[in-house]
Design a binder for this molecule. Structure first.
Ligand SMILES: *[C@@H]1O[C@H](CO)[C@@H](O)[C@H](O)[C@H]1NC(C)=O
Length: 286
């Protein structure tokens, strides 16, 4: 007892992170955050299993790292005397399962990306990916809405949560998960919010020049190369993502930004894609 009291006096910010078990023993809020995360994982797993999704654990060490564009961690297999790469996404294995006849599959697990670290990026992070045959992006948006709003309701008792988006010493913001979530068309909404009139043919030289000029005029800095896709991505980050505090789907990305995605059924310059933003951060995408 005395020992614990002594520790609680000594438990400054620095030792909190080195002696995590003491932090958990002494701080009720820390235990709550940790159990909440476990409850979130349970909720997602139960939600998908109730819809007849099968859970898989696909390989983490591979001969090459695919399914995303990111720098992988390299490790070495002594017995085979070969380098292996830690996965950056489970996507390719899960898609093979769908092709192989498993119509609904998912995996919850950690991905590894050998890249920068900041408040919202960790080299090791947990994702849930699910794949579903015979569904389109409208079905997926509805499922994502059900999953997240249902989770918030179950874990907090309501659809609105308070979140310390600007640090614990500042007032929390409110995030409203009441479904349906807002849906905005990427190009149309960007034109409206930033007051632009982007040339229709996004693959044209004219569109590229228009966007270079627009960024300069709006004081938006896009690191080179100034491709049309990168310029649009920067403008969307600046003008659209910044207003997505309550859950918002940004939908219908142009083909030039998502060359591998399914084409839009009625506009061949667009794709049937979405990205879901909450508190200005991307939390889900198709
Ligand atoms: C997590 O779930 C358990 C079991 O249902 C419950 O007792 C606990 O209060 C939940 N914790 C949080 C923070 O949601």
């Amino acid at each position: 007892m005395l020992l614990i009291l002594l520790f609680s006096v000594l438990l400054c910010q620095d030792s909190r992170f080195r002696l995590r078990f003491l932090d958990m023993m002494l701080n009720k809020e820390v235990r709550q955050i940790i159990t909440a995360k476990a409850n979130v994982t349970d909720y997602i797993r139960t939600f998908l299993k109730n819809k007849n999704f099968l859970e898989f654990v696909t390989p983490i060490m591979n001969m090459n790292a695919g399914g995303a564009a990111a720098r992988p961690f390299v490790t070495h297999h002594n017995d085979l005397n070969m380098n292996l790469y830690m996965r950056i996404a489970p996507e390719l294995f899960l898609k093979q399962l769908v092709v192989g006849g498993f119509d609904r599959v998912f995996e919850i697990g950690n991905q590894f990306r050998n890249e920068g670290i900041d408040m919202t990026h960790n080299p090791e992070f947990t994702t849930c990916e699910f794949y579903m045959a015979y569904a389109d992006y409208y079905d997926l948006m509805e499922m994502t809405e059900d999953m997240l709003s249902g989770m918030v309701k179950e874990l907090t008792g309501g659809y609105k949560i308070k979140y310390h988006a600007n640090g614990y010493d500042k007032d929390p913001i409110e995030i409203d998960f009441t479904p349906p979530f807002r849906r905005i068309e990427m190009i149309g909404e960007l034109e409206k919010v930033a007051n632009l009139n982007i040339p229709k043919d996004l693959a044209s030289e004219e569109a590229n020049k228009y966007l270079v000029d627009a960024c300069a005029r709006l004081h938006v800095i896009c690191p080179p190369p100034l491709t049309t896709a990168r310029l649009l991505d920067t403008l969307v980050g600046e003008f659209l993502e910044e207003m997505c505090v309550n859950p918002t789907f940004i939908i219908n990305h142009p083909v030039i930004m998502s060359p591998l995605a399914k084409w839009h059924r009625s506009d061949n310059a667009l794709t049937e894609r979405f990205e879901l933003f909450i508190n200005k951060h991307e939390v889900s995408k198709s």
